[in-house]
Design a protein around this ligand. Structure first.
Ligand code: TYD
Ligand code: MG
Length: 471
């Protein structure tokens, strides 16, 4: 019988190759190929696929399947991202940079569930039980019922699940530290991570507990270990933030049971993660009025409006190729906007380095931010502050025209709530969008083309210096 062939799997993208190479042909990453144990041969010369075990049953599309039951963690920001709470027997992967607060978040979520009389197991392969207890003391959670263990050997872990048939949640911190002796490669290697995740997921599905896995993130920002991990789980959450800032964002990346565009906002305090119910106030907290190159964007994160400050800085660069540096927004989108501003509005930006920053470390992915970015750039180029009581939103097309964006009403309401008195937005189209209700305290400035925006900002010079910050 032929020996089963060895295969090599890329730890960055999960592609499988018959031969080792220094570089992955699929994703181009270097030194990511690892040997994978061959699949055991089937007994008696049986061919794969020849095993028959009875028939599967097919059903039609019609019929009612009840929505999955949910267990709320009682941490509202966390539940929002999960889509309303934990689904029993589901698997959640939480990724994030080291030190961002993953262990803290899951300890708090576990304790919250424990307090609502659910059985929670917390297994750490990274910290000792004493370290976790110390953290719990710092978080004021010592009275929360929870079963703690420090372990990395998967066989032991799986065997001990039998003691807790009523477990509602099992936390594994982190999947990279788990190893099974069925696979003879080092802990943290692709094969180990995948095998360990597979076993744990199977246990979660058969015993019905929700499983939360912590996953480390590589320098490139991908979840370390095989990408296949992302395919194996039901929900992938990224815990992000700038370690220089105190707030953290929990972002849904994949969710088989809910929307993926929701975010949860937390603040890292001396006593753990605190929920931020009003993120706009937080993101605008450090804003200073009357500075050129700044504009407030009325954005939307999932179902929630979020106001953030967009900052632009232009620095002269007479020779060489100018720099374009973006934090928190898409650099391709910035290039497009710069080109539109140059060709359609006559702004001269080619001899300038351009720096763009979404203040506070939030990452904005909406095209609706175009107008706010354009406002920040025009304001920087003209050295005239935008009106500090004005918010901006709208998508810009290649000819410089403004396009409607979704949920204008929600954005306007949030702006009014935070004390803004003006909103620059695309022209309402007769018919559908004309019905947008504008809050009474807000004046709507409808902008048809980017050149109108240049007018709004340059005329705003006098007003901007008189107006006070709205908050
Ligand atoms: P941690 O949850 O250990 O991060 P991760 O598991 O993602 O590696 O969080 C570590 C950081 O959080 C550490 O730098 C200290 C900080 N921290 C606080 O500021 N306040 C707290 O109450 C706790 C528990 C941690
Ligand atoms: Mg940790």
């Amino acid at each position: 019988m032929a020996k089963p062939a060895k295969t090599f799997v890329c730890s960055a993208c999960g592609s499988v190759f018959p031969k080792w190479a220094g570089r992955c042909e699929a994703c181009g990453a270097w030194n990511t190929l690892e040997e994978q144990a061959p699949r055991p041969a089937l007994p008696g010369g049986m061919k794969a696929g020849a095993v028959t075990r009875g028939k599967i049953e097919f059903v039609g599309l019609a019929g009612i399947s009840p929505p999955p039951p949910r267990i709320p963690t009682t941490i509202a920001e966390f539940d929002r991202v999960l889509g309303g709470g934990l689904v029993p027997a589901s698997v959640v992967l939480v990724g994030g940079d080291p030190g961002i607060g993953k262990s803290t978040l899951l300890l708090q979520a576990g304790a919250a569930l424990g307090q609502s009389a659910r059985r929670v197991l917390y297994i750490s392969g990274e910290e000792s039980v004493d370290q976790i207890r110390m953290r719990a003391a710092r978080l004021g959670l010592t009275s929360a019922p929870m079963h703690l263990a420090a372990a990395t050997q998967l066989g032991d872990i799986l065997a001990s699940f039998a003691q807790f048939p009523d477990a509602a949640l099992v936390v594994i911190d982190s999947i990279q530290t788990m190893w099974t002796d069925g696979v003879d490669s080092a802990p943290g290697s692709v094969t180990q991570v995948r095998a360990a995740a597979f076993e744990l997921i199977r246990a979660a599905k058969t015993q019905g507990f929700a499983l939360m896995l912590v996953g480390h993130v590589t320098k490139e920002g991908n979840l370390a270990g095989p990408r296949v991990l992302e395919h194996m789980v039901d929900v992938v959450l990224h815990f992000e933030g700038d370690r220089g800032h105190q707030f953290r964002i929990l972002r849904g990346v994949k969710n088989r049971f809910g929307a993926t565009d929701e975010i949860g906002v937390f603040e890292m305090t001396g006593a753990g993660l605190a929920q931020v119910a009003n993120p706009s106030a937080l993101f605008l907290a450090e804003r200073r009025g009357n500075v050129s190159g700044s504009a407030v964007f009325a954005g939307l994160e999932g179902s929630r409006p979020v106001l953030v400050e967009i900052q632009a800085l232009l620095a002269p660069n007479p020779g060489g190729s100018p720099r374009r540096s973006v934090i928190g927004w898409d650099s391709g989108r910035l290039s497009m906007l710069l080109a539109v501003l140059e060709t359609r509005c006559g702004l001269k930006l080619a001899m300038n380095d351009v720096y763009l920053n979404v203040a506070g470390g939030l990452r904005v992915s909406e095209p609706a931010a175009d107008l706010a970015v354009a406002a920040a750039l025009i304001s920087a180029a003209a050295d005239i502050p935008t009106d500090p009581a004005m918010v901006f939103f709208g998508e810009v097309g290649l000819s410089g025209e403004l396009r409607q964006v979704a949920q204008a009403e929600l954005r306007l309401k949030e702006a009014a709530k935070l004390g803004f008195s003006q909103a620059a937005s695309p022209k309402r189209i007769a018919g559908g969008a004309a019905r947008i209700a504008v809050p009474e305290s807000l004046k709507l400035l409808e902008i048809g083309h980017l050149t109108d925006l240049v007018g709004v900002i340059t005329q705003g010079l006098k007003r901007a210096t008189q107006n006070k910050d709205p908050r």
